[in-house]
Write a protein that binds this ligand. Structure first.
Ligand code: GLC
Length: 539
């Protein structure tokens, strides 16, 4: 049964809720301890029940898996650990039959060092593909051409002894950077996009968009002011000459024009949302780049009324008039929200996330409140933790498997899971939370449903209200419809809030006050959030 007709509106993504799946950790159907595409298909019921509009899959392509699959050795294939191309086509069909769109991760900046393009490129200085990667002669002393640092530690340059030159890698040395100054690279990567769009994918989350091109003069990066020993070594320079170069935005605009060859496709992507930068990731109206540069501002904000109110305001102010906001509350590179805020404030965060104007991205497992799962040293997979140890940079604890039930392997696998599942606290699984009418999972479902049903939550704007140091308050208003008031208590003590007028509770984070009529003032319990339909005559 289809949930709703497949809406063919070109800008379907504007009000969408996008669910990120890290394929290795979603569900394993062949017992090898790693999730797979059939596993994702087997759990579409969960996603349809939850009400998500689209799924974004982290990379599924053949990969040595040195960087969680972001080291790709064939952009046009499916890694056998995850299944086959038939499995992929089956998953895509199954998603579309349920009205769920499917986005892939597109990793344009680099390949695996096992990609045939790189094997050819490094084979000889004369090879036609030599210039597909960034090769430079050694410095006068034989060392790297300049001081640029790789994000995963050490120099960003690796010497290839047989050919006597260094190649540039923004990430691992096993992830050489493609040379985006070479038009053949743009053409080849455009064909990758077309290949998947012809198969029917609805768009992409583009990886590391800001680092596509580096300074041609190879000017050294300056030291970061005040970066002492507490700062991880790769972050002790300001990346002036490797990141967010003007030429990178030209490449993004070119990629966008490829996306626009196909109707109704989305290009979201990693971006720098800082002042002066965010707008460039959207591009100009005449040369648009990303439709949705991903914004992790809520996740990074200090969790109190003033800081969160300020984070919302600051971000929305930076979105250009022709842009559209996005909010990401988690991801495979970020500490889990339930760990950062605790289980009760994570509910307030979910309400905030799903009632703001813009497109929402959330991360598999956050709907049941999975925390960071400790990973013992001998089971560490993430190179970040191995190469820059001691700073807590490892991303394994947020990539651990989904918990479907409280059986062995948490319903994720019948084998040995690739990362520990952790001690499954009672109730911290999908089956238990479906049974519990007041669970985090039920809250997510209700919020997503409310977001779709309540016209005020479709308004493109937000009307901030004056909160307190402990609370956040805003109104959403759609012409001719009742306005919705969102009130959130970000503290652990009750807060009395004055209401602008009478209203009726549509939803409480505690899932127990619906239909309460309110007037004058109300008390928000610790970590409580309310969505209220206002009854004031003006609305
Ligand atoms: C992006 C990915 C991250 C990966 C890196 C290199 O930041 O989100 O997981 O390690 O790119 O591809």
């Amino acid at each position: 049964m289809t949930r709703f007709a497949f809406r063919n509106d070109a800008e379907w993504w504007r009000h969408a809720v996008v669910y990120q799946v890290f394929p290795a950790s979603f569900r394993d159907t062949d017992g090898d301890g790693m999730g797979d595409l059939q596993g994702i298909q087997s759990r579409l019921d969960h996603l349809e029940w939850l009400g998500v509009d689209a799924i974004w899959l982290s990379p599924i392509h053949p990969s040595p898996m040195l960087d969680g699959g972001y080291d790709i050795s064939d952009f046009l294939g499916v890694d056998s650990r995850f299944g086959s191309m038939e499995d992929f086509d089956g998953l895509l069909r199954a998603c579309h039959a349920r009205g769920i769109r499917l986005l892939l991760d597109f990793v344009p900046n680099h390949t695996s060092d096992q990609h045939p393009w790189f094997l050819e490129s490094r084979s000889s200085r004369k090879h036609a593909r030599r210039d597909w990667y960034v090769w430079r002669d050694p410095a006068a002393n034989g060392g790297p051409p300049n001081n640029w640092l790789g994000r995963f530690g050490g120099s960003a340059w690796e010497l290839d002894r047989p050919t006597g030159q260094y190649y540039y890698h923004a990430f691992l040395k096993e992830q050489p950077d493609l040379n985006w100054r070479n038009p053949e690279v743009l053409n080849a990567m455009s064909e990758v996009l077309r290949f998947w769009m012809r198969r029917g994918v609805d768009g992409f989350r583009v990886d590391a968009t800001g680092v596509l091109i580096e300074d041609d003069l190879l000017r050294d990066d300056p030291p970061k002011p005040g970066a002492d020993d507490a700062v991880p070594p790769p972050e002790r320079q300001t990346r002036v000459f490797t990141d967010s170069r003007p030429e990178a935005f030209e490449c993004l605009a070119r990629l966008r024009s490829v996306i626009d060859e196909f109707p109704h496709r989305l290009m979201a992507g990693e971006a720098d949302t800082s002042a002066g930068m965010l707008g460039r990731f959207y591009g100009e109206p005449s040369a648009p780049a990303l439709q949705l540069p991903l914004n992790f501002g809520l996740l990074d904000a200090q969790w109190d009324g003033r800081s969160v109110t300020a984070a919302i305001d600051t971000y929305l102010d930076r979105v250009p008039a022709h842009g559209w906001p996005s909010w990401a509350l988690g991801g495979h590179d970020k500490r889990r929200i339930a760990e950062r805020l605790g289980p009760t404030q994570a509910r307030a965060a979910a309400m905030l996330h799903l009632t703001l104007p813009g497109t929402c991205f959330f991360y598999a497992g956050d709907e049941i409140g999975i925390p960071q799962v400790p990973v013992p040293p001998e089971r560490i997979r993430d190179p970040f933790e191995k190469l820059v140890p001691g700073y807590g940079l490892g991303r394994d604890p947020e990539r651990t498997p989904m918990r479907w039930n409280d059986g062995p392997g948490a319903g994720f696998t019948t084998g040995e899971p690739w990362l520990p599942i952790g001690s499954c606290a009672p109730g911290l699984n999908v089956a238990a939370q479906r049974e519990d009418g007041r669970s985090m999972l039920q809250l997510y479902r209700r919020l997503i449903a409310l977001r779709k049903a309540e016209p005020a939550l479709h308004a493109p704007s937000i009307e901030p209200l004056r909160g307190t140091p402990e609370t956040v308050a805003f109104r959403r208003r759609h012409p001719g419809q009742p306005a919705a008031l969102v009130l959130l208590n970000l503290s652990e003590v009750p807060q009395t809030v004055d209401l602008p007028g009478p209203g009726r509770v549509l939803l409480s984070t505690h899932l127990d006050r619906e239909d309460d009529s309110l007037a004058g003032s109300t008390i928000l319990r610790p970590a409580e959030g309310l969505v209220i339909r206002e009854e004031s005559p003006e609305s």
